[in-house]
Design a protein around this ligand. Structure first.
Ligand code: 5GP
Length: 188
């Protein structure tokens, strides 16, 4: 662990901050869906958030998951790798994401799910970074809005690392590119 690597890190939310954030979002989603809701989590980054959100909600919740191919810059094309198992026709559905960045994932999934005639469809994200938005997406429920920074932890990874951190932190993408494990000693 070097000083340079540690100083790159900034903790945006510690575990208490995450808990308070999730409780607020859970109350907002619960208040808007008193008949119950399907939480449609986008694999894999949404898993910690979805698990905490579902347990903090005061309404009946069904949980299902979707996965898409990574968005490739240039083409903007994505494809469903894993579809929902639940029939969402006539149901209230909330897409749950780790971060809405360009908004292309939300836009694609919203279009796919809207075709199935849910009663209501909304987007809930733990992190919102509007600065890099490409698609005209405004998430309905937001945990924390951040400026132009790369973040890790609480589901957000770098090449599969850091997803299980119970904090949300900024990290230097140049440091990670050089060494994907660079922050492991400082954070675990
Ligand atoms: P979109 O650009 O479609 O809104 O988001 C695509 C995906 O890129 C997100 O679900 C997330 O997995 C990944 N992503 C975007 N920004 C970040 C970030 O700052 N940190 C991490 N770890 N992943 C990100």
């Amino acid at each position: 662990m070097t000083d340079a690597v540690v100083s790159d890190l900034q903790i945006l939310l510690d575990s208490r901050g995450i808990e308070a954030t999730v409780e607020r979002v859970a109350a907002e989603v619960s208040a808007d869906h008193t008949d119950g809701v399907v939480l449609a989590g986008v694999l894999r980054g949404s898993v910690p958030f979805l698990a905490d959100l579902a347990r903090a909600m005061s309404i009946h919740v069904r949980i299902d998951f979707l996965a898409i191919t990574p968005y490739s810059p240039g083409t903007g094309r994505v494809r469903l790798l894993k579809d929902l198992d639940i029939d969402i026709t006539g149901r209230d559905v909330v897409i749950v994401e780790d971060i809405v960045d360009t908004g292309l994932t939300s836009e694609f999934l919203s279009a796919q799910l809207n075709r199935r005639n849910p009663r209501n469809l909304s987007v809930c994200t733990f992190v919102d970074r509007p600065a890099r938005r490409v698609a005209p997406i405004e998430p309905d429920y937001v945990g924390i809005e951040i400026p132009e920074e790369f973040v890790i932890g609480y589901g957000l990874d770098y090449e599969g690392r850091y997803r299980n951190l119970p904090i949300l932190a900024t990290a230097d993408p140049a440091v990670l590119k050089e060494n994907p494990d660079a922050y492991i000693a400082a954070l675990y």
